[in-house]
Every structure is written in C-alpha cells, then in structure tokens.
Design a protein around this ligand. Structure first.
Ligand code: HBI
Length: 352
C-alpha cells in the first residue's frame, strides 16, 4: 500500500473544467489507486471538488495557462502563487508520503524534482510542447530523472524531441458509459472552447453537411466564441454547456460521431475514449493523441489536419463504422484496470 500525494494543476479548481483533461486523469488515477488500497491525498486550489476524494485546498492566485502564452515568454508567477503554495505544502509533508505525483504543466515542480529528498516526485506531462522554457525544464528532468516523468502519448513526447519515454496513456471508468447502438441525428464536439481546439472547423463541417453540431465544454475564451457565432451565424450548432462526465455521456452517446479538431498537438484527448465507450465513432485530425487512439476506418476516421473537406468526407461515410467495434476498443485498451496496472508498474520503477 503506497501513500500518494497528488498535486493538482494550478490553473483552476478541480471540477471547474479549466484544468481540462488533467482534472479527468487526476480523478481517474485517484479512483483506481484508492480501489487498489493505496492512500491518495489530493492537493489543489481552493474550491476544488471531486466525488469521494479528500482534497487539501490551498489558497493563492491561479497560474496563467501555459498554452495562452508566447513560446519565448519568460516563466511567470503571480504574487501569492497557488503553485508556489501547493509545492511549499508538499515540501512540508513530504516525509509522510511514499510518492508525490505532479499534474501541473509548470516550470516550478519540474525544477524542484531534486530538491525533494524525503520523497520522490513523479510528473505527468499533460500537454505537448508550448514554450521554450517548459521544453527545456521537461527535457532536463527527463534526462536527469528518466523514471520520474511520464507522458500521455509518444506522439506528444515527440513534440519535445524525446524518444522512448514512459507513457501512461489514459482511461475511463467504463461502467459510467452506456453503449448506444442507434444514434440521433447530430454530431458532437467536446472540449475547452479555446483557439487551440479549432471549434470553428467542426462548425464549418456542420454548415456544409447540414448535420446539427452539439457543443460541450468549458467556455474558456469568450472572444473566440463570439467570433465563431459571427462567422457561422447560419450554421446548425448549439452550445450545450459544460457537463460532468455522467451527464455528458447521455448526450455524447446519442451522437453519430465525435469531431476532434485540435489545432495543436493534443497530448491525448480523453473525450475520444469517452465517445468510443458509448459506441460513438471518432473523426479526428491526424495530429497528436488521436493518431494513437483512432483505428482509421474501424472505430472512426483520421483526416488531413485542418482540412474541413476531410471532416466532411469522413462524416459522409460514418455509417460504415460499426459502433460495437468502438465500444470494444474502449473495453480492451482504456479500462481503469489497465491504467491502474500501468501506473503501479511506473510507481515501482520510480521507487526502486
Ligand atoms: N497551464 N500553466 C499551466 N499549468 C497547467 O497545469 C495547465 C496549463 N494549461 C492547461 C492545463 N494545465 C490542462 O488543461 C491540461 O489538461 C492540458
């Protein structure tokens, strides 16, 4: 039995949706590790909540999201930084734990790796390359502490020029997801509404095909959203809001397909495995995590990146995909049990 300290992302409270995929990953890892008898303590910004999970809430000012900054920007911290405060807390309690697991994509925790002598620090890198300073500290940490860094996918690690790194992949709690055999007539798009997610391409595809698009996720960038509404005022799309997992999958399951249109290199894309678990095929740009998830022609289609025409062509042949094959892929590759095994193996590497 291990005593594990999970230190969350400093960009927003857990369950706010600002932390995007890493909130989801942190929760699923806490769930499967607790189920296996380990003791998990989560440290996160104030107002964080997670179902049946004990959270130590730390005060302080939230961190700016790394992907909204320029590549050559300096590392910045606000006064009374919640990131600094969370890691000072971790320093104080380090002797009570076997392992500290970092979920934040920030310079400080990577830099602090060798400073923690009472307890090893493990890092999950939650995004692809977004800045020179983060690339440098991630590469340096992988070089000095190769067993203490893990990625979602090798495609994501490639963006740092790193080969043969450890990849944790991702998972979902399958019983939460109900298989839907006959869909309603709409497409789904799920994600933080922000430029790197290129929602406009999915809206353009809905306009061309005339198939309604339902949009789910945190409305993170308002100007961006307004621009889409102006540019595509006659397209059939509807913003449904930001839903927790159990509510989201009620809508997601009835979609004819999930459109994944990342402009950036998506480290993984948890929404894809949520869709597959409901039997929903995934149409994604051949970029980042989707390359390793979508079985082209079998559980969805991988299309030419940034090509709306590619999305439209895939939508028009989506009925050739067997929805049961989508569910089977989720069961075979993305169960919590499989993630739990990979994580315990990584921890044993880290701790030896
Ligand atoms: N930015 N600075 C910073 N730190 C994070 O932990 C972070 C982020 N941007 C996005 C993000 N985490 C999560 O949305 C990841 O799931 C991508």
């Amino acid at each position: 039995m291990l005593k594990l300290l999970f230190v969350s992302t400093p960009v927003g409270p857990l369950s706010s949706g600002i932390g995007g995929g890493v909130e989801f990953t942190l929760y699923n890892l806490a769930l499967i590790m607790s189920r296996r008898g380990h003791h998990v303590q989560v440290v996160a910004p104030e107002k964080s909540t997670l179902p049946n999970t004990s959270i130590i809430e730390i005060a302080g000012n939230l961190q700016i999201s790394a992907q909204s900054q320029e590549r050559d920007e300096m590392i910045t911290l606000p006064p009374n930084s919640v990131l600094g405060n969370m890691w000072d807390y971790a320093r104080q309690v380090q002797d009570k734990y076997d392992l500290i697991f970092n979920f934040s994509y920030d310079w400080l925790p990577f830099y602090l790796t060798p400073f923690f002598t009472g307890c090893r620090v493990g890092h999950l890198v939650s995004m692809g390359s977004v800045s020179e300073a983060m690339d440098e500290i991630i590469r340096q940490t992988v070089r000095q502490f190769p067993h203490q860094v893990t990625f979602y996918s090798q495609t994501q690690a490639d963006t740092f020029g790193l080969k043969n790194v450890h990849c944790l992949g991702s998972a979902i709690d399958l019983p939460l997801y109900e298989y839907v055999n006959s869909p309603d007539d709409y497409l789904a798009w799920v994600g933080r509404i922000a430029p790197e997610k290129a929602l406009e391409d999915a809206v353009a595809a809905a306009q061309i095909t005339g198939i309604p698009l339902k949009i789910f996720g945190k409305l993170q960038d308002n100007n961006y959203w307004q621009q889409i509404q102006q540019d595509y005022s006659d397209a059939p799309f509807e913003y449904m809001g930001f839903f927790p997992t159990d509510e989201l999958q009620k809508y997601l399951g009835k979609a004819r397909a999930l459109l994944m249109t990342p402009r950036w290199v998506e480290a993984f894309g948890n929404v894809m495995i949520e869709a597959l678990a409901c039997g929903v095929p995934v149409i994604a740009y051949r970029r980042g995590g989707p390359i390793e998830v979508v079985q082209d022609g079998k559980t969805g289609f991988l299309v030419e990146p940034d090509s709306v025409t590619g999305l439209v062509e895939a939508i028009q042949k989506i009925n050739t995909i067997d929805r049961a094959a989508c569910r089977r892929q989720a069961e075979q590759e993305y169960s919590l049990e499989a993630l739990g095994d990979r994580t315990e193996q990584w921890f044993s590497l880290l701790l030896c």
